[in-house]
Structures are given as structure tokens and as C-alpha cells.
Ligand binder design. Sequence first.
Ligand code: NDP
Length: 296
Amino acid sequence: MTRIIDGNEIADGIRAELRASVETLRDAGVQPRLATVLMSDDGASETYVSMKQAACDELGIDGRHHEIDPDAPADELFERIDALNADPAVHGILVQLPLPDHVEKRRVLGRIDPTKDVDGFHPENVGRLVAGDARFKPCTPHGVQRILAAEGIETEGKDAVVVGRSDIVGKPMANLLVQYGDGGNATTTVCHSRTDDLKAKTRRADILVAAAGVPEMIDGDMIREGATVIDVGITRVDADTEKGYELVGDVDFESAKEKADAITPVPGGVGPLTIAMLMYNSVKATGIQSDVAVEL
Ligand code: NDP
């Protein structure tokens, strides 16, 4: 029987652990605070930020939201980041992506204090991840790692295939899978839009992570019998629903589940873990900023 992985349940377990750490910090007189910054009027970005703020509320993290007019000069964003970096009451900073075209993403990510960089996208944190000494693991790949651990899916010696090579999902995912230690030691292949004969690669995967953003591009025929399939993709597709759209993954769930041993659904798979791991990084950042030892 194919196992349908319940991301909400795994995320609930992580949140329960984090609650204890938030208590430890508060008992030491430290109130964790996460600043989210939105410079966009895109509906999906607004939804993601409000979900992150709601997760803060639920855990007792002080979530403060900052909005910058998407037409404002880039300097306005830089000045806000500088002020948040300098504020000792702020422990974590997250700038919601994507940014407007006139704002250079790399300059923004490099401007955030790396010890407050809860997304883990600052070059120093990317370098530390690659070096096997991660400070903040990027939330989505870290969430996938936690799913595999929670489900008892061994990565060591396995063939892992990641479809997608973005800085926020594909590359850090591949990096984590290939690292020494728990959740790593996989033989990892990274595929992208220029990959020749994608099916030949995905069919080799014991663990397949789909993060291309192309709805249902991976069907059962591309999956090895008995594989674990982790669907990171989330695309809003027009649909006759109350909201006018539905969320669709990169995997054709119905045909894939005929082949897979375990599979994440969309929604309710990786998504909840991404937010849980952001909370994890926010608690970790508070520990780093305040020198309070927190169990994580
Ligand atoms: P990007 O668009 O930045 O990257 C997509 C990657 O997929 C690129 O490397 C691209 O290749 C590759 N790709 C695109 N089309 C194909 C194809 N036909 N065959 C093989 N590879 C392909 O997206 P993100 O990494 O930011 O996000 C990926 C998906 O994950 C999106 O649906 C996004 O919404 C979702 N997401 C979900 C999260 C969650 O919490 N569940 C969190 C973050 C993202 P190339 O580099 O050659 O262009």
C-alpha cells in the first residue's frame, strides 16, 4: 500500500518541540521576534507572508510585518533591512521573494545580517551549508529532510534525484542529500530544464524530489517502483473553486502513487514543513542573538 505522507502531522510535531524552546527563551527574558518584509503586491506572496505571521502567533513568536511600496526605490528596502539588522529586539529577518525587477535580489539577500538570515539565503550561509557546517538550512529542503527522517526513509547509499536547481530549493536540497551524516550520504543527481532524457534520470531515483514548478510534469511512468516521491512544486491553476484556482504539484499524483511506496500530496505535503522550518530557524536565530542555549 502506498503511504500518503501527512505533512501537517509532521509539522505539528516540530511545532510542539519548538513551543518548548520558545518557553525556554521567554523564561530567560527573551521574546523571539521575526520581521517579515514584503515589497510586492502579488497575491501569492501576500498569502505566504500572512501564513508565516500566523505561524509566529501560534508559537508565541513576535511576528512583525513590514511593507514597502513595490514602486519605491531599492534604497528604501535597504534602509529597512539596515534598521532591522541594527535592532537587538529583532532576531530573524525574512524578505519575501520575488522582488520587483528594479531591486537586485542578490544585493538584498547579502544585506541581511547573516546571523538573522532565517531563510538561509545570505552567501555566508549558503557557503556554510555547502561546507557541511550549516547555520540556517533553507526551509523547504530542510523540511524535506525532516519528512524523510519522520517517515524513516533512509538516504544513505540511495539514489536521490532532484528536479530543479534553484537557489532556494533545488541546489540546497541536493547539497543536503549529498552531505555526510544523517539525512545525507545519498548519491545525488540534479536535473533542470536542459537535462537530456529526464525520464531516464528520474526512473533511477529511490528518492525523487520534484521542484520544477511545472504542474504534473512527472507521471507514474517516470517513477521507479517503490520510490519515495516528494513533491515540492506548488502552482496555482485556474479552477472552478471558491478561490478561482487550485494548487497543483509537479507530480501527477494518481499515476505516481501506483508506483511509489511513499508520496507527499499537494497541498498538505511539503508546504506545512516549509513554514515549520522557518519557525525553527527563527527560534535558532533567537538563540544565536541572545546567547541562550535552546534545544533544537
Ligand atoms: P524556480 O522557477 O526558481 O526553479 C525551477 C527549476 O526547475 C529550475 O532549475 C528549472 O531549470 C527547473 N525546471 C523547469 N522546468 C523544467 C522541466 N520541464 N524539466 C526539468 N527541470 C525543469 O522555482 P523554485 O525552485 O523557486 O520552486 C519550484 C517549485 O516549488 C515551484 O512550484 C514553487 O512554487 C514551489 N515551492 C514550494 C515550496 C513549498 O513550501 N512547498 C517552497 C518553495 C517553492 P532551469 O534552472 O534550467 O531553468
